[in-house]
Design a protein around this ligand. Structure first.
Ligand code: 1CP
Length: 352
Protein backbone atom coordinates (compact mmCIF):
# COMPACT_ATOMS: atom_id res chain seq x y z
CA UNK A 1 0.00 0.00 0.00
CA UNK A 2 1.15 3.52 -0.82
CA UNK A 3 0.61 6.08 1.96
CA UNK A 4 0.70 9.19 -0.23
CA UNK A 5 -1.06 8.17 -3.45
CA UNK A 6 -1.99 11.70 -4.64
CA UNK A 7 0.27 11.34 -7.71
CA UNK A 8 -1.28 8.02 -8.77
CA UNK A 9 -4.79 9.34 -8.14
CA UNK A 10 -4.10 12.43 -10.28
CA UNK A 11 -2.78 10.22 -13.11
CA UNK A 12 -6.06 8.29 -12.95
CA UNK A 13 -7.98 11.61 -12.88
CA UNK A 14 -9.37 10.92 -9.41
CA UNK A 15 -9.85 13.76 -6.89
CA UNK A 16 -6.95 14.71 -4.59
CA UNK A 17 -6.75 17.14 -1.64
CA UNK A 18 -4.03 19.12 -3.42
CA UNK A 19 -2.04 19.02 -6.67
CA UNK A 20 0.81 16.50 -6.40
CA UNK A 21 4.25 17.59 -7.59
CA UNK A 22 7.52 15.96 -8.62
CA UNK A 23 10.28 17.41 -10.80
CA UNK A 24 11.94 16.01 -13.89
CA UNK A 25 15.60 15.36 -12.93
CA UNK A 26 14.78 15.93 -9.28
CA UNK A 27 17.80 13.85 -8.28
CA UNK A 28 20.88 15.40 -9.79
CA UNK A 29 23.54 18.01 -10.03
CA UNK A 30 21.70 20.96 -8.38
CA UNK A 31 21.89 19.04 -5.07
CA UNK A 32 25.25 19.25 -3.26
CA UNK A 33 24.59 15.84 -1.68
CA UNK A 34 24.22 14.33 -5.18
CA UNK A 35 27.53 15.80 -6.30
CA UNK A 36 29.16 14.40 -3.18
CA UNK A 37 27.80 10.87 -3.74
CA UNK A 38 28.74 11.05 -7.43
CA UNK A 39 32.31 12.15 -6.58
CA UNK A 40 32.67 9.25 -4.15
CA UNK A 41 31.26 6.80 -6.70
CA UNK A 42 33.63 8.14 -9.38
CA UNK A 43 31.23 8.07 -12.33
CA UNK A 44 27.59 8.39 -13.27
CA UNK A 45 27.47 4.77 -14.47
CA UNK A 46 28.88 3.54 -11.16
CA UNK A 47 26.03 5.35 -9.39
CA UNK A 48 23.44 3.93 -11.74
CA UNK A 49 24.87 0.38 -11.63
CA UNK A 50 25.12 0.11 -7.84
CA UNK A 51 21.60 -0.35 -6.41
CA UNK A 52 22.54 1.02 -2.96
CA UNK A 53 23.97 4.22 -4.50
CA UNK A 54 21.08 4.58 -6.97
CA UNK A 55 18.74 4.27 -3.97
CA UNK A 56 20.65 6.88 -1.98
CA UNK A 57 20.45 9.50 -4.75
CA UNK A 58 16.81 8.66 -5.57
CA UNK A 59 15.90 9.47 -1.97
CA UNK A 60 17.99 12.66 -1.65
CA UNK A 61 15.41 15.11 -3.08
CA UNK A 62 12.65 13.46 -1.00
CA UNK A 63 14.63 14.06 2.18
CA UNK A 64 14.74 17.78 1.38
CA UNK A 65 11.28 18.44 -0.12
CA UNK A 66 7.82 16.88 0.43
CA UNK A 67 7.61 15.63 -3.18
CA UNK A 68 4.75 13.33 -4.12
CA UNK A 69 6.72 10.80 -6.18
CA UNK A 70 10.20 9.35 -6.49
CA UNK A 71 11.80 8.62 -9.87
CA UNK A 72 14.20 5.75 -10.42
CA UNK A 73 17.77 7.01 -10.62
CA UNK A 74 19.10 5.76 -13.93
CA UNK A 75 19.31 7.09 -17.48
CA UNK A 76 17.49 6.59 -20.76
CA UNK A 77 20.76 5.56 -22.43
CA UNK A 78 21.18 2.34 -20.43
CA UNK A 79 19.19 0.55 -23.17
CA UNK A 80 21.53 1.34 -26.11
CA UNK A 81 24.43 0.65 -23.72
CA UNK A 82 22.99 -2.85 -23.20
CA UNK A 83 22.91 -3.18 -27.02
CA UNK A 84 26.70 -2.91 -26.90
CA UNK A 85 27.25 0.75 -27.87
CA UNK A 86 29.57 1.53 -24.94
CA UNK A 87 28.10 4.40 -22.91
CA UNK A 88 30.14 6.83 -20.82
CA UNK A 89 29.51 10.18 -19.12
CA UNK A 90 32.46 12.50 -18.53
CA UNK A 91 31.83 14.89 -15.60
CA UNK A 92 30.33 18.16 -16.84
CA UNK A 93 29.83 16.75 -20.36
CA UNK A 94 26.99 14.97 -22.09
CA UNK A 95 26.70 11.24 -22.75
CA UNK A 96 29.01 9.54 -25.27
CA UNK A 97 28.84 6.22 -27.10
CA UNK A 98 31.99 4.38 -28.19
CA UNK A 99 30.17 3.31 -31.40
CA UNK A 100 27.65 5.18 -33.59
CA UNK A 101 24.67 3.49 -35.24
CA UNK A 102 24.46 5.71 -38.30
CA UNK A 103 24.60 3.37 -41.30
CA UNK A 104 22.93 0.30 -42.78
CA UNK A 105 25.55 -2.13 -41.52
CA UNK A 106 25.49 -0.89 -37.93
CA UNK A 107 21.69 -0.77 -37.84
CA UNK A 108 21.37 -4.28 -39.29
CA UNK A 109 23.71 -5.61 -36.61
CA UNK A 110 21.52 -4.31 -33.75
CA UNK A 111 19.35 -6.62 -31.67
CA UNK A 112 17.02 -6.35 -28.67
CA UNK A 113 19.37 -6.81 -25.70
CA UNK A 114 19.08 -9.60 -23.17
CA UNK A 115 17.31 -7.94 -20.24
CA UNK A 116 19.78 -9.59 -17.86
CA UNK A 117 22.29 -6.96 -19.01
CA UNK A 118 20.00 -4.37 -17.40
CA UNK A 119 19.47 -6.40 -14.22
CA UNK A 120 21.18 -3.59 -12.24
CA UNK A 121 18.25 -1.28 -13.11
CA UNK A 122 15.62 -3.78 -11.96
CA UNK A 123 17.65 -4.49 -8.82
CA UNK A 124 17.72 -0.73 -8.15
CA UNK A 125 13.90 -0.65 -8.47
CA UNK A 126 13.60 -3.45 -5.88
CA UNK A 127 16.03 -1.73 -3.50
CA UNK A 128 14.39 1.70 -3.90
CA UNK A 129 10.89 0.28 -3.35
CA UNK A 130 12.09 -1.32 -0.14
CA UNK A 131 13.68 1.93 1.06
CA UNK A 132 10.58 4.00 0.17
CA UNK A 133 8.54 1.62 2.30
CA UNK A 134 5.28 2.75 0.67
CA UNK A 135 5.85 6.44 1.48
CA UNK A 136 5.34 7.71 -2.12
CA UNK A 137 5.02 5.98 -5.53
CA UNK A 138 8.09 5.17 -7.64
CA UNK A 139 8.20 6.20 -11.31
CA UNK A 140 10.03 3.98 -13.79
CA UNK A 141 11.02 5.34 -17.18
CA UNK A 142 12.53 4.88 -20.59
CA UNK A 143 13.50 7.04 -23.53
CA UNK A 144 11.18 6.89 -26.53
CA UNK A 145 12.37 4.65 -29.38
CA UNK A 146 13.00 7.78 -31.48
CA UNK A 147 14.87 9.72 -28.77
CA UNK A 148 17.13 6.72 -28.14
CA UNK A 149 17.77 6.53 -31.90
CA UNK A 150 18.85 10.20 -31.82
CA UNK A 151 21.70 9.48 -29.39
CA UNK A 152 22.60 6.20 -31.14
CA UNK A 153 22.91 7.85 -34.56
CA UNK A 154 24.89 10.90 -33.38
CA UNK A 155 26.95 8.85 -30.91
CA UNK A 156 25.99 11.22 -28.09
CA UNK A 157 24.39 14.56 -27.45
CA UNK A 158 24.11 17.04 -30.29
CA UNK A 159 22.87 20.51 -31.17
CA UNK A 160 19.76 19.81 -33.25
CA UNK A 161 20.74 16.21 -34.17
CA UNK A 162 21.34 17.01 -37.90
CA UNK A 163 22.44 13.49 -38.85
CA UNK A 164 19.25 12.06 -37.35
CA UNK A 165 17.04 14.38 -39.32
CA UNK A 166 18.91 13.71 -42.58
CA UNK A 167 18.59 9.96 -42.07
CA UNK A 168 14.89 10.28 -41.15
CA UNK A 169 14.10 11.98 -44.46
CA UNK A 170 16.63 10.24 -46.75
CA UNK A 171 16.34 6.69 -45.40
CA UNK A 172 13.02 6.34 -43.54
CA UNK A 173 13.33 2.56 -44.06
CA UNK A 174 16.58 2.41 -42.04
CA UNK A 175 15.19 4.77 -39.44
CA UNK A 176 12.13 2.54 -39.03
CA UNK A 177 14.32 -0.55 -38.73
CA UNK A 178 16.30 1.08 -35.92
CA UNK A 179 13.24 2.44 -34.16
CA UNK A 180 11.43 -0.90 -34.39
CA UNK A 181 14.27 -2.63 -32.52
CA UNK A 182 14.26 0.17 -29.95
CA UNK A 183 10.49 -0.18 -29.48
CA UNK A 184 10.82 -3.89 -28.68
CA UNK A 185 13.72 -3.16 -26.32
CA UNK A 186 11.87 -0.31 -24.57
CA UNK A 187 8.72 -2.43 -24.09
CA UNK A 188 10.75 -5.30 -22.61
CA UNK A 189 12.69 -2.85 -20.42
CA UNK A 190 9.56 -1.15 -19.05
CA UNK A 191 7.90 -4.53 -18.47
CA UNK A 192 10.87 -5.63 -16.35
CA UNK A 193 10.62 -2.38 -14.36
CA UNK A 194 6.90 -3.06 -13.86
CA UNK A 195 7.64 -6.61 -12.72
CA UNK A 196 10.21 -5.20 -10.26
CA UNK A 197 7.54 -2.93 -8.76
CA UNK A 198 7.44 0.58 -10.28
CA UNK A 199 4.09 2.30 -9.70
CA UNK A 200 3.94 4.37 -12.92
CA UNK A 201 6.03 4.63 -16.08
CA UNK A 202 7.06 7.64 -18.13
CA UNK A 203 8.35 7.70 -21.71
CA UNK A 204 10.72 10.61 -22.39
CA UNK A 205 10.53 11.71 -26.01
CA UNK A 206 12.93 14.58 -25.52
CA UNK A 207 13.73 15.07 -29.23
CA UNK A 208 10.45 14.18 -31.00
CA UNK A 209 9.84 17.93 -31.33
CA UNK A 210 12.71 18.18 -33.82
CA UNK A 211 10.68 16.34 -36.45
CA UNK A 212 8.18 17.46 -39.07
CA UNK A 213 4.56 16.63 -38.18
CA UNK A 214 4.45 13.67 -40.57
CA UNK A 215 7.78 12.29 -39.39
CA UNK A 216 6.74 12.74 -35.74
CA UNK A 217 3.65 10.65 -36.34
CA UNK A 218 5.50 7.90 -38.25
CA UNK A 219 8.78 7.74 -36.37
CA UNK A 220 7.94 8.76 -32.84
CA UNK A 221 4.25 8.66 -31.90
CA UNK A 222 3.43 5.39 -33.67
CA UNK A 223 6.29 3.56 -31.97
CA UNK A 224 5.39 4.98 -28.56
CA UNK A 225 1.86 3.65 -29.12
CA UNK A 226 3.36 0.27 -29.97
CA UNK A 227 5.31 0.34 -26.68
CA UNK A 228 2.25 1.37 -24.64
CA UNK A 229 0.19 -1.44 -26.18
CA UNK A 230 2.81 -4.00 -25.12
CA UNK A 231 2.96 -3.03 -21.44
CA UNK A 232 1.95 -5.65 -18.89
CA UNK A 233 -0.17 -5.26 -15.77
CA UNK A 234 1.66 -5.21 -12.42
CA UNK A 235 1.89 -8.14 -9.98
CA UNK A 236 -1.56 -7.24 -8.56
CA UNK A 237 -3.04 -7.43 -12.07
CA UNK A 238 -3.58 -3.64 -12.29
CA UNK A 239 -2.72 -1.41 -15.24
CA UNK A 240 0.29 0.74 -14.39
CA UNK A 241 -0.41 4.42 -15.24
CA UNK A 242 1.65 5.79 -18.14
CA UNK A 243 2.94 9.29 -18.95
CA UNK A 244 4.06 10.38 -22.42
CA UNK A 245 6.27 13.46 -22.78
CA UNK A 246 7.30 14.89 -26.13
CA UNK A 247 9.27 18.09 -25.63
CA UNK A 248 8.08 20.54 -28.27
CA UNK A 249 5.05 18.32 -28.92
CA UNK A 250 2.37 20.90 -28.04
CA UNK A 251 0.86 20.89 -31.51
CA UNK A 252 0.47 17.10 -31.48
CA UNK A 253 -1.41 16.73 -28.18
CA UNK A 254 -4.47 15.41 -29.97
CA UNK A 255 -2.59 12.40 -31.31
CA UNK A 256 -0.80 11.92 -28.01
CA UNK A 257 -4.10 12.00 -26.10
CA UNK A 258 -5.27 9.12 -28.31
CA UNK A 259 -2.08 7.08 -27.86
CA UNK A 260 -3.33 5.03 -24.93
CA UNK A 261 -1.23 7.00 -22.38
CA UNK A 262 -2.95 7.99 -19.12
CA UNK A 263 -1.14 11.32 -18.88
CA UNK A 264 0.77 13.74 -21.11
CA UNK A 265 3.77 15.80 -20.07
CA UNK A 266 3.60 19.43 -21.25
CA UNK A 267 6.58 21.68 -21.84
CA UNK A 268 6.27 25.38 -20.92
CA UNK A 269 5.22 26.54 -24.40
CA UNK A 270 1.78 24.90 -23.98
CA UNK A 271 -1.24 26.80 -22.62
CA UNK A 272 -2.25 24.42 -19.83
CA UNK A 273 -5.74 25.93 -19.38
CA UNK A 274 -6.51 25.28 -23.03
CA UNK A 275 -4.96 21.80 -22.93
CA UNK A 276 -7.03 20.92 -19.86
CA UNK A 277 -10.18 22.09 -21.62
CA UNK A 278 -9.44 20.09 -24.76
CA UNK A 279 -7.90 16.92 -23.35
CA UNK A 280 -8.63 16.95 -19.59
CA UNK A 281 -11.61 14.64 -20.04
CA UNK A 282 -9.41 12.03 -21.65
CA UNK A 283 -5.94 12.22 -20.07
CA UNK A 284 -4.24 13.71 -17.03
CA UNK A 285 -1.73 16.50 -17.72
CA UNK A 286 1.67 16.94 -16.15
CA UNK A 287 3.66 20.17 -16.20
CA UNK A 288 4.38 22.87 -17.16
CA UNK A 289 6.66 25.40 -15.42
CA UNK A 290 9.68 26.65 -17.37
CA UNK A 291 12.66 25.18 -15.44
CA UNK A 292 14.46 28.53 -15.75
CA UNK A 293 11.86 30.12 -13.45
CA UNK A 294 13.75 28.27 -10.71
CA UNK A 295 16.80 30.44 -11.50
CA UNK A 296 14.96 33.63 -10.47
CA UNK A 297 13.88 34.57 -6.94
CA UNK A 298 11.43 33.13 -4.42
CA UNK A 299 8.71 35.70 -5.17
CA UNK A 300 8.83 35.00 -8.91
CA UNK A 301 8.82 31.23 -8.34
CA UNK A 302 5.71 31.52 -6.14
CA UNK A 303 3.93 33.79 -8.62
CA UNK A 304 4.65 31.59 -11.66
CA UNK A 305 3.58 28.45 -9.76
CA UNK A 306 0.38 30.18 -8.68
CA UNK A 307 -0.38 31.10 -12.31
CA UNK A 308 -0.07 27.48 -13.47
CA UNK A 309 -2.12 26.11 -10.56
CA UNK A 310 -4.93 28.53 -11.38
CA UNK A 311 -4.71 27.90 -15.13
CA UNK A 312 -4.87 24.13 -14.55
CA UNK A 313 -7.89 24.48 -12.23
CA UNK A 314 -9.32 22.04 -9.69
CA UNK A 315 -10.69 19.44 -12.09
CA UNK A 316 -8.94 16.12 -11.21
CA UNK A 317 -5.95 15.12 -13.36
CA UNK A 318 -3.13 17.63 -12.91
CA UNK A 319 0.36 16.70 -11.74
CA UNK A 320 2.57 19.74 -11.26
CA UNK A 321 6.03 19.47 -12.82
CA UNK A 322 8.57 21.41 -14.84
CA UNK A 323 8.28 21.62 -18.63
CA UNK A 324 11.72 19.95 -18.85
CA UNK A 325 14.48 18.87 -16.48
CA UNK A 326 15.68 21.02 -13.58
CA UNK A 327 18.97 22.73 -14.48
CA UNK A 328 22.15 22.18 -12.42
CA UNK A 329 22.39 25.90 -11.44
CA UNK A 330 19.03 25.77 -9.58
CA UNK A 331 19.19 26.95 -5.95
CA UNK A 332 17.56 24.23 -3.82
CA UNK A 333 15.80 26.97 -1.75
CA UNK A 334 13.74 27.89 -4.82
CA UNK A 335 12.63 24.27 -5.16
CA UNK A 336 11.45 24.35 -1.53
CA UNK A 337 9.36 27.46 -2.31
CA UNK A 338 7.91 25.82 -5.41
CA UNK A 339 6.80 22.65 -3.64
CA UNK A 340 5.33 24.59 -0.71
CA UNK A 341 3.45 26.98 -3.02
CA UNK A 342 1.99 24.21 -5.20
CA UNK A 343 0.72 22.27 -2.19
CA UNK A 344 -0.66 25.31 -0.34
CA UNK A 345 -2.31 27.15 -3.23
CA UNK A 346 -3.89 24.02 -4.72
CA UNK A 347 -5.26 23.02 -1.29
CA UNK A 348 -6.74 26.50 -0.77
CA UNK A 349 -8.32 26.43 -4.24
CA UNK A 350 -10.17 23.23 -3.41
CA UNK A 351 -11.66 24.87 -0.30
CA UNK A 352 -12.85 27.99 -2.12
O1 1CP B 1 15.79 12.52 -10.88
C1 1CP B 1 15.88 12.08 -12.00
O2 1CP B 1 15.06 12.36 -12.91
C2 1CP B 1 17.06 11.20 -12.26
C3 1CP B 1 16.97 10.13 -13.26
C4 1CP B 1 17.25 10.57 -14.69
C5 1CP B 1 16.34 10.61 -15.77
C6 1CP B 1 14.84 10.40 -15.70
C7 1CP B 1 18.52 10.90 -15.23
C8 1CP B 1 19.76 11.02 -14.46
N1 1CP B 1 18.39 11.05 -16.59
C9 1CP B 1 17.08 10.89 -16.94
C10 1CP B 1 16.47 10.93 -18.26
C11 1CP B 1 17.24 11.43 -19.43
N2 1CP B 1 18.58 11.27 -19.70
C12 1CP B 1 16.66 12.10 -20.52
C13 1CP B 1 15.17 12.36 -20.67
C14 1CP B 1 14.73 13.53 -19.85
C15 1CP B 1 15.25 14.86 -20.31
O3 1CP B 1 15.00 15.24 -21.46
O4 1CP B 1 15.85 15.52 -19.47
C16 1CP B 1 17.68 12.40 -21.43
C17 1CP B 1 17.54 13.14 -22.75
C18 1CP B 1 18.89 11.87 -20.91
C19 1CP B 1 20.23 11.90 -21.56
C20 1CP B 1 21.23 12.49 -20.66
N3 1CP B 1 21.82 11.84 -19.59
C21 1CP B 1 21.68 13.82 -20.63
C22 1CP B 1 21.22 14.93 -21.57
C23 1CP B 1 22.15 15.07 -22.70
C24 1CP B 1 21.62 16.06 -23.73
O5 1CP B 1 21.49 15.66 -24.89
O6 1CP B 1 21.37 17.23 -23.37
C25 1CP B 1 22.59 13.95 -19.55
C26 1CP B 1 23.35 15.16 -19.13
C27 1CP B 1 22.65 12.68 -18.92
C28 1CP B 1 23.40 12.33 -17.69
C29 1CP B 1 22.57 12.32 -16.45
N4 1CP B 1 21.45 11.53 -16.29
C30 1CP B 1 20.93 11.72 -15.04
C31 1CP B 1 21.78 12.66 -14.36
C32 1CP B 1 21.61 13.12 -12.94
C33 1CP B 1 22.80 13.02 -15.25
C34 1CP B 1 23.96 13.95 -14.94
C35 1CP B 1 25.15 13.08 -14.93
C36 1CP B 1 26.28 13.45 -14.07
O7 1CP B 1 26.17 13.37 -12.83
O8 1CP B 1 27.32 13.74 -14.66
Amino acid sequence: MIQNDAFLRALRRQPTDYTPIWLMRQAGRYLPEYNKTRATAGSFMKLAMTPELATEVTLQPLARFPLDAAILFSDILTVPDAMGLGLSFAAGEGPKFARKTDNEQAISALAVPDMNRLRYVFDAVTTIKKALNGHVPLIGFSGSPFTLACYMIEGGSSEGFPNVRKLAYARPDLMKQLIHINAQAVAAYLNEQIAAGVDAVMIFDTWGGLLSSVAYQNLSLDTMKEVLARLNANAAGEKVPTILFTKGGGQWLDGMANSGADALGLDWTVDIAQARQRFGGKVALQGNLDPLVLLTDEKTVAREADTIIHAAGVQPGHVFNLGHGIVPQTPPENVAVLVETVHRVSREMRLE
